[in-house]
Every structure is written in structure tokens, then in C-alpha cells.
Design a protein around this ligand. Sequence first.
Ligand SMILES: Cc1cc2nc3c(=O)[nH]c(=O)nc-3n(C[C@H](O)[C@H](O)[C@H](O)COP(=O)(O)O)c2cc1C
Length: 440
Amino acid sequence: MSKRQIKLGLSMRQLGYHAGGWRHPAVPADGAMRIAHFAHIAQTAERGLFDMVFLADGLGLRQRDNPPGSLARSDRNVELEPLTMLAALAMVTSHIGLVATASTSYNEPFHIARKFASIDHISGGRAGWNIVTSWSEEEAWNFNRDRHFDYDERYDRAAEFVEVTKGLWDSWDQDAFVRDKAEGLFFRPDGLHVLNHAGPHFQVRGPLTVERPVQGYPVLVQAGSSEAGQEIAAASADVCFVAHTDLGDAQAYYRSVKSKLARHGRDEDALKILPGLLAIVAPTEAEARNKYEELQALIHPLVGLAHVYGPMGDLSAYPIDGPVPVPNDPQHRSRAKVLLDMAARNNWTIRDLYLAASMGRGHRTVIGTPGQVADAMQEWVDGRGADGFNIIPATLPGGIEDFVDLVVPELQDRGVYRTVYEGATLRENLGVPRPASRHA
Ligand SMILES: Cc1cc2nc3c(=O)[nH]c(=O)nc-3n(C[C@H](O)[C@H](O)[C@H](O)COP(=O)(O)O)c2cc1C
């Protein structure tokens, strides 16, 4: 029996995921605003035959200055707009998929259908859309609202949004444009389908002013794990991006989402589930450990305290190397209790607490040799907790360079990862079907 193959995405936002990473000597601190930074990262991931690069996004500065002084010490404040960036990356790569996040709460379906169809044409069929509903008040404040939509409303809107967007992508048959100069006929009239959508959230006439995307629809990615999120994934998504630290949780989610596919007439393999994986890798375990310690030492205490502010409140008045106090802010009781229990069990100081809390941010973390990282990946893929991983580098570009140079050859030696791209489009490489038009 052939071994289960591993799919790989790279989450390449800003300067990497580590809260102190921007201060590392090998990290270009202005990189998040420079296209050359991202071009090098995407080309490195392509050298490593990654299925796709992935850009997370938010529509506002979501981080607050809690405790005061923390915001000015964080690099998570400015970056290039993802879709604009994908157009540029399409021109300097040839095979890797290009996925950007866009919100169904603060866009109109026509915008999204048009832009992603354009990226799909510009890249020759490598575009993907990570469908999110946004989650913060800070984003609402940038779009004429005092409050974010409540949960049911935003998922309701998201479901209709995705249907309208797909309808717009089906505006033109793939072969509608005959461009027959002799006859003077530009397109076949029966190849045009005007959407005429009227629903609770959207009224959209259509048609789209871009030809049907090369891939039929760009690859649809869903990030989020609630029941409503899983329903959208089962109905429409080709890829799910999730955060799990425990194999049991990953398996339960994997079973739950995959079991919903049949109801939509879809095959289990038609949806790939990719948990995030933060890997710090080096030729020896000791070197990997050193890299990790070096990064942890770069977290400014105020930035560290910002990571535990939600559950624990403001701890900035307490000695950083003293014991962890019981918080008087009861906002996130359950999360505070988890942290307090861990602190008590391990005899942690406040510094130990934030160092632990800021690592991985909900994603699985592996620190070790290429063999250890490959073992960790195969355990989850063979255990049906994942179809692959969205690699979350601690720093960029170092995190992806290390992964491609050290882990990719190890996976290839084990026969669980490609040695050449199988296809030309993202759908072909992921092994997910090309959707037919509703008018076919
Ligand atoms: C792995 C992962 C990545 C996410 N990336 C983004 C993102 O880039 N932008 C965003 O606005 N929300 C992002 N989200 C938030 C989700 O879209 C969603 O709002 C959140 O998970 C809550 O929804 P749920 O209750 O369905 O899980 C992400 C969530 C997960 C789990």
C-alpha cells in the first residue's frame, strides 16, 4: 500500500509567528512592508514544493495597547494588503498556490468574485480564498459599524456570500469567448448566465466581468471550527485550516468534518484538513533547543504580558520574576484557571507563564531534528488527524529556509512527500476536484 502523502501550506504573514522574532538579527524588521521579503519566502516554499502559501488577515489593528506600552513593542501593526501582494507573487512564482484571507462581513460578493477570479487568471490557476467572517470590534469600527455582527448573522451572511460568489464565477461558460474575428462574434450568447440573485443579505444581478476562473472556482479554504464553520467547510471548502495541539482533538475534528461531506455528495478526499504546525528545526536537538531559547529571550516583557492580558488582566505592576498572582479580572475564568493551574504545577514566575503562553498560539509546536519533525507529522497524518499541515514559521524567512532545507528532504526520503509538482494548478496539486459550472 502506498504511504499517505503529506500536503503542505506555509502561513507567511509578516515576520513569522514568534512574538519576539522581529528582533532577531536574521529577521528584516521592515519585511512586512517589502514585496522582496515575501517574494523570497514564496520562492523558497516553491523550491520546497509546497502546495501553497497562505496569508492570514484582519481588517484593522485588532491588538489593543494592553498593558500600556505593549503595542509599540509589537511588529503586528502594518503589512501589505494580501490580494495586492498575491498578484505580485504570481509573477515571481510558477507552481505554488497563492491563498489570501478575505472577510465575508466587510466585503461584497462581487468584489471578492472579481478579485479572486483575476488572481486565478494572473497566476494560471493557483488562487485560493480563505473564507473568514472576521471577529473583532476593531474591524467593525473601520466599516461604519459600532459593533461586529453577532454570530448567527455573520454565519448566515457568510453562507449566502459564498453561494453568490460561486454564482458569479459561473457567469460565463469556460468556452464562452470565441473571439471570432471573421464572424465578428466575441462570445457565444448562450455562454452567458446572468445571476439575478435576491436573498436576505444580498441582491446581485451579475454577470461577473471576468472570465470563469481557470480552476472553475479558486480553491476555497475555511478557518474556524464551530458547527456553523464546519457546515460551510463541508458544503464548500477544499481545505480546512485549523489549530489543534492534541492528536485526539485533531482526530475528532477530522472525523466530524469528513463525515459531513457525504451529505453534500462529496468524496472524503475532496477536502484537505491542515492543522497549523510550528516547527523549530535544526540538525541536532540541542541546536533546535538553542534556537528556541534565543527567540524566547527576545520577547519584551510588555509584549509577553499582552499575551496573557485577556485571561489574567494587567500583571505589569507585579515583579516579572516573582510568583503568578490570582487575577482580579474575571473575564476569561476558564482560560485563567488553566494558566493558574499550570503555573502552580510548574512553579512558574510571571515570565515563565508568558513565555509558555506566547508560544504557538494554539498551534502544535515541535522543536527538534528533521527526523523528529517528520515523525510528528507522520503520526498525525497516519493517525487520520490531518491530511498535511499549514507550516507556521517562528521567524521569516529563516523558518521556511530551515524547513525546506532540512525537513522536506527527510519527508521525501520517507516517500511521504512529492519530488515534483504533479500539476499546474493548485487544485491539481492538492488533488481536489475542479467544480463544474451550475449551468454545465
Ligand atoms: C487556524 C485559524 C486561522 C484563522 N485565520 C483567520 C484570519 O486570517 N483572519 C480572520 O479574520 N479570522 C481568522 N480565523 C478566525 C475564524 O475565521 C473564525 O472567526 C474563528 O475561528 C471563530 O469562528 P468559529 O467559532 O467558527 O471557530 C482563523 C481561525 C483559525 C482556527
